[in-house]
Write a protein that binds this ligand. Sequence first.
Ligand code: SF4
Ligand code: SF4
Ligand code: SF4
Ligand code: FES
Length: 948
Amino acid sequence: MGLIHETDYGTKPSASAKTVSLTIDGTKVEIAEGTSIMRAAMEAGIQVPKLCATDTLDAFGSCRLCLVEIQGRNGTPASCTTPVAEGLVVSTQTPRLKQLRRGVMELYISDHPLDCLTCAANGDCELQDMAGAVGLREVRYGYEGENHLGLAKDESNPYFTFDSSKCIACSRCVRACEETQGTFALTIEGRGFGSRVSAGAGETFLESDCVSCGACVQACPTATLTEKSVIEIGQPEHSVVTTCAYCGVGCAFKAEMRGEEVVRMVPYKDGKANRGHSCVKGRFAWGYATHKDRILNPMIRAKMTDPWREVSWDEALAYAASEFKRIQAKYGRNAVGGITSSRCTNEETYLVQKLVRAGFGNNNVDTCARVCHSPTGYGLSTTYGTSAGTQDFDSVEHADVVVVIGANPTDGHPVFASRLKKRLREGAKLIVIDPRRIDLVRTPHVAAAHHLPLRPGTNVAVLTAMAHVIVTEGLVDEAFVRANCDLAEFNRWAAFVAEERNSPEEVAKFAGVAVETIRAAARLYATGGNAAIYYGLGVTEHSQGSTAVMAIANLAMATGNIGRPGVGVNPLRGQNNVQGACDMGSFPHELSGYRHVSDDGARAMFENLWNVALDKEPGLRIPNMLDAAVNGTFKGLYIQGEDILQSDPDTHHVAAGLGAMECVIVQDLFLNETANYAHIFLPGSTFLEKDGTFTNAERRIQRVRKVMAPRNGMGDWEVTLAFAKALGFTMDYAHPGEVMDEIAAVTPTFKGVSYAKLDELGSIQWPCNDKAPEGTPVMHVGGFVRGKGRFMITEYVATDERVGPRFPLLLTTGRILSQYNVGAQTRRTANVVWHEEDRLEINPHDAEVRGIRDGDWVAVRSRAGETSLRALITDRVAAGVVYTTFHHPDTQANVVTTDYSDWATNCPEYKVTAVQCLPSNGPGAWQSRYREHAARSRRIAKPAEVAE
Ligand code: SF4
Ligand code: SF4
Ligand code: SF4
Ligand code: FES
């Protein structure tokens, strides 16, 4: 463990395969053509002083500190902007250069506060370092001249300060905001000596377009932009590389620590998913780990109306085991089940499904992927043979056309969005298919070529209409199809999509997209070069979610956009480890690696290893568990790290199911909404407190490393082991690494994975096996995993959820950048300054006819329930469509979502709910009742109450 110092080479590496030779300070250097002299020197171990250059940004050449002399050339060129050339003889340290550099530094220092000893950046300041490096000993101009030392600080951002008095106008922050983040929030105002960084005319950082990604803070070589946590806690002493626990991008971070206290999370340059970038959540929103609301002691209660009673781990686990044994003895083996968490590690998830299958003796295990990407698993395994996305994130750098459908990357997958926007600024074309005008449709320096604002629920029709255009206009990549796909299936599919009823002309009549837009989008996708599709829950969370995934897979096959960089079918996974939870066998019908429980060979392997007989019948899915609970046959549920009351559809039904059970065990960080219906609460630990792995949306397995001891005394994996032991089923592991060894032994796609290899390579994309010992960045190269790619018929069947006189509007839901999922973590951070409440987006026309003004309370009513929230009037949504987020339990958008679900996987149809919206006076009666109920259920008995 040490302070992991990443070398800054000053400029980016060159991708050229051609090398050139030169001499720098007498050393022979061979390096790729196109490399800067600065980088060539740095790679040879020769430090060149620099301030405006950093290797995450394009060279700028403004500070004049990196000057060099080149034999035979006049002047002193900047080494950061001068490329290497064959035979150059370069000197970086001559008396003339030293004098010039000292002069530059003198100017900087004469306008810089002399408070190094008390400055938060003391010891981590490049200006300070460079003053030392150039041997600055005096400032001849004195400190009395015109200066900027009196400028006020901007402390508006909750996570970092902007102290303009310390700014050296190097522009690294401005360039980071443009090049890395793609937000263009910062400018340099004024000229010459008057140049100042500004977040907008007269605006503070908080008021500006800044999305608080932290890229500028990281780029700043001085203390001008500094994390408030560094100011409060001090400079870090050591760091540990780990993985963000929020979204499926899977950004790698250095947790920079003082003892067991996190000072800051710094995006790791070697992180292959994020390449040194981050968003506000992973970068700054980790304070929930030490929030006062965290429950650190196990608690039990006989009835959910009783107050909680804190008990020892032994008592809680003995009680949990005795309750589950009692229930199974009384109601049968299948009356209990478990839910694994996509927020937990692969190892923890694997253990929970093992506990259920081997310890409970049934297959009643499911995971939150049920309610998000289960159609991805079904659709992609049916067509291609693998339940996962086909590319790595680097792939987007090779895309010429990008289709984003049912996803909002700038909010849901921000670091991927930044990489995508960069590619778009380089000239790639964008097609957005979404009912809402998401930011990507028009954002600084990016404009979609086509936006298809389709009616919620018509994805399959629109995708099939695009296929119609491709087939009928002769745009199919016949050579690819002939070589890689099942031809009989293709012919059947081609005849189907070519039918007139699938034409843009017919589909436009009900899908809300113009005929020409569908045609133009299809042509661009088929003929624009490398074309990649990225999709999200706006595709899967429908009654035809699996069909839409197959429609996407069909388009990629028909146009040959599969099996190489820059193309592919890419599900943007929501939670950090939703891919891993699926891989680990969290579904009731599948063992790890997607082997069906009825597969005798696979089952026998697990039976031998675990020394138990396994059930060959699939178990219950989450909705079936809740139905069975309401019907009185399902009585006990162990939920690790999920809040199904808030995240699952039709809240009233979820509450009824949970309320009907005799023993609900919730393991989580906080008393979440589901815990209001629980009898046993087992405190969980955060990603900072655990060892393990997460698998991100690109199948990338990455290490999660413990930086502090579990505050609750036990890691989540240890809790599962202890629960199993109390039930009489022993699982014996000394460390999560041993769990990974077992996963590798029983899961073909993980065969070559181990902690040692992960430490060596940094990360591995599965499949990792004898054929691909270092993993597989791009899948289906040279052929599909299933053999021949399979075209599937995608008949459009309109959802039963229809608008009508009672419910004339369609509600669709999504996320916002600053909040994450049910908000349990992010609501307990300063991120609430950006999103204090869920709002209802409503089109000006729909608002006007209902007499709704911006900010008014609106009752949203569906056939499932009613909730109230405040209106945000915007033409981002078309007339007839309303939209909200689901981050706050006070509004609980899922009170109104219905029990319709995907035909193949039961994934709920969150994205289409027919509603009526009318003005209201404030929170509805249900919300008030729920708040009272939640307050009652969260009571923790005082010691005196316990004694009674
Ligand atoms: S935090 Fe990010 S978005 Fe905000 S100004 Fe800095 S780089 Fe730009
Ligand atoms: S704020 Fe920092 S990065 Fe930006 S110009 Fe000033 S010194 Fe450079
Ligand atoms: S993009 Fe996702 S993984 Fe990366 S920092 Fe943000 S929340 Fe974390
Ligand atoms: S580092 Fe080269 S000009 Fe600033």
